[in-house]
Design a protein around this ligand. Structure first.
Ligand SMILES: [Zn+2]
Length: 55
């Protein structure tokens, strides 16, 4: 299971039981990526500071 990094388009390997809100690190650019959906897998850049997105 893998998905493309939204930052550099590298394939990012994911565990089969990956869960939404999980954070993975792109092997291509080392960006922190958040799993925002799993069917299909969708990755988004994780906030750099904290997990509080604010409003
Ligand atoms: Zn990347």
């Amino acid at each position: 299971m893998k998905a493309d990094c939204p930052e550099c388009s590298s394939p990012v390997p994911l565990s089969a039981d990956v869960q939404p809100t999980e954070i993975v690190v792109c092997p291509g650019c080392a960006a922190d990526l958040e799993i925002v959906a799993v069917e299909p897998v969708l990755l988004a850049l994780a906030p750099e500071v904290e997990e509080d997105w604010g409003e």
